[in-house]
Design a protein. Structure first.
Length: 190
């Protein structure tokens, strides 16, 4: 099992399709938190996020045999997550992509690991910058917010973002550049 945890997504998919059930368990453990976080940003609710996350992984399990192993598993998974979330939001008639902040005020661009080597003054300044960035990000269009979130929060490459959104690579790169430019303008006014 320890050896299998070190395998790439593609190798794990291949092993699962060859009959090794624990390979799927490893993939689910590997992506449960990122998928949950991705969905939570759009729903804002724990109950809905849990339900949608469960649906996503059931769809992965049911459709893994149809997965084109030439493509990226991560991109395929986040495409399923995005589509499942949008379907849920449409049924609920909720507005998708409205906020990227969590309930506790933290931002998805914030570092997840505290840097204990920083002084309390530096930590305060870092927190202030995060707050300013979170506020600025809310002022961008949902499309720009999505591009920034997928790039920085979900650590996706531009081609993966393009695949998951069903858009061209140039469109995604352009949207991301405009989002960063917009953030710079908003932040510089403060």
């Amino acid at each position: 099992m320890i050896f299998m945890k070190q395998l790439s997504d593609e190798h794990l998919v291949s092993k699962y399709l060859s009959g090794e059930k624990e390979a799927l368990e490893i993939l689910i453990r590997r992506y449960l938190k990122p998928v949950y976080g991705f969905i939570y940003k759009y729903t804002g609710g724990v109950s809905e996020t849990e339900d949608i996350s469960q649906d996503v992984f059931v769809k992965v399990w049911k459709n893994l045999k149809k997965f084109d192993q030439v493509k990226s598993f991560k991109t395929w998974l986040f495409t399923i997550a995005k589509n499942t979330t949008l379907d849920f939001l449409r049924k609920k008639k909720m507005i998708p992509f409205s906020e990227f902040d969590l309930e506790d005020g933290s931002n998805f661009l914030a570092d997840t690991i505290a840097d204990e080597s920083l002084s309390s003054e530096e930590l305060f300044e870092k927190g202030e910058r995060r707050s300013v960035l979170a506020s600025a990000l809310k002022k961008l269009s949902p499309e720009y917010q999505t591009a920034v979130a997928l790039r920085h929060n979900d650590d996706m490459a531009f081609h993966q973002i393009a695949d998951s959104l069903g858009e061209s690579l140039n469109t995604v790169k352009s949207r991301y550049r405009r989002a960063i430019t917009g953030l710079r303008k908003i932040v510089s006014k403060k």
